[in-house]
Design a protein around this ligand. Structure first.
Ligand code: BTN
Length: 323
């Protein structure tokens, strides 16, 4: 979308605006304003001409940058694509071009990636979002941004009526039984990638795959979706805007993200088994510490694990592992 049209939409977000006011603000003629308003109508915006000026009464369906950007409060420029191989891949390309503070959104992904090089299923109806940042932080702090995304996703899911929680390190799940803690189905996965120098992150991409407006039957058995949990449709545009706002809030208070994570986690206090690339550690998950490592009480001491696959154990599993 061209810059003038974007600035007209920005002005209309604040309320009704007359043709002359829009013309003066954009330094164009009233006839040009009218043409831009017509073009926006063609793109799916409903814009009424009222006594107070132009008023936006409806926005297009998910499916364009303008539709997702309209009403957004967080300071990220949106780039929407109907189809991408992977939003993380596109964000990495934009990083190589020097961009920052961009939210790459795809209607669908054909080759999305998960943690540990696993493929990630991204059917139509998913929210596939990668946020490109250049934070003034050391590379060791990168995991904090992943935790911020998990916290933000839980908050957005809960605001939509889903009983979501975080399983270490960054899976957003809907627990089978929140009191028991074990079991549960995955709602969202997060993949953070970065490039850095010794003391500073050069760029960071936080990729979020949220099962939003999808029927859980289309997903793997251990996954669920917002739509299936609330038994109703999900507005993906609203969801992306809410995700960006919640994420931005978390990263502006990044020093308290571990506490925010603790408040929303179902892992702490649970018997767990964590598979790292070299080891299997079983014990009680005691705490999360900088920059997102899990402390496990093995019965013989505390082990600190930085990365791995974590499984919450049921009481029987726990017995079998002689905890
Ligand atoms: C996981 O394995 O749990 C992480 C999955 C992350 C998937 C998201 S979808 C948006 C972004 N683009 C990608 O290719 N991957 C991430």
């Amino acid at each position: 979308m061209n810059r003038t049209r974007r600035s007209i939409l920005r002005a209309l977000e604040a309320g009704p605006a007359s043709g002359p006011d829009l013309a003066a603000a954009a330094d164009i003629s009233r006839a040009a304003v009218w043409k831009h308003v017509e073009a926006l109508r063609q793109q799916g915006f409903s814009i009424d001409s009222t006594a107070d000026g132009y008023v936006v009464t409806d926005t297009p369906e998910y499916g364009s940058t303008a539709a997702i950007e309209y009403g957004r409060t967080a300071p990220y420029q949106v780039r929407y694509y109907d189809e991408l191989s992977s939003t993380n891949q596109r964000a990495r390309e934009l990083a190589a071009e020097g961009a920052e503070n961009i939210a790459v959104v795809a209607g669908r992904q054909t080759n999305s990636r998960g943690r540990l090089d696993r493929p990630w299923q991204s059917p139509d109806g998913a929210v596939s979002l990668s946020i490109l940042l250049r934070p003034d932080r050391p590379p060791a702090h990168a995991p904090l941004f992943t935790l911020a995304a998990a916290v933000a996703t839980v908050d957005v899911a809960r605001s939509l009526g889903v009983d979501a929680a975080i399983k270490w390190p960054n899976d957003v799940i809907v627990p089978e039984n929140p009191d028991a803690g074990y079991g549960g189905r995955k709602l969202c996965g997060i993949l953070t990638e970065m490039e850095g120098e010794a003391d500073r992150i050069s760029w960071l991409v936080v990729g979020i795959g949220l099962n939003a407006d999808i029927d859980a039957a289309e997903l793997p058995d251990n996954a669920t979706s917002i739509r299936s949990e609330i038994d109703g449709p999900v507005d993906r545009g609203e969801t992306v805007r809410a995700m960006l706002a919640a994420f931005d809030q978390q990263i502006t208070t990044l020093d308290s993200v571990l506490d925010a994570w603790r408040d929303r986690s179902v892992t702490l206090g649970m018997p767990v088994r964590v598979e790292t690339h070299t080891d299997t550690i079983t014990g009680i998950a005691e705490d999360i510490v900088m920059p997102g490592a899990l402390q496990i009480d093995t019965g013989e001491g505390i082990e600190t694990v930085h990365a791995g696959d974590c499984e919450h154990l049921r009481p029987n599993d726990r017995h079998n592992d002689s905890l």
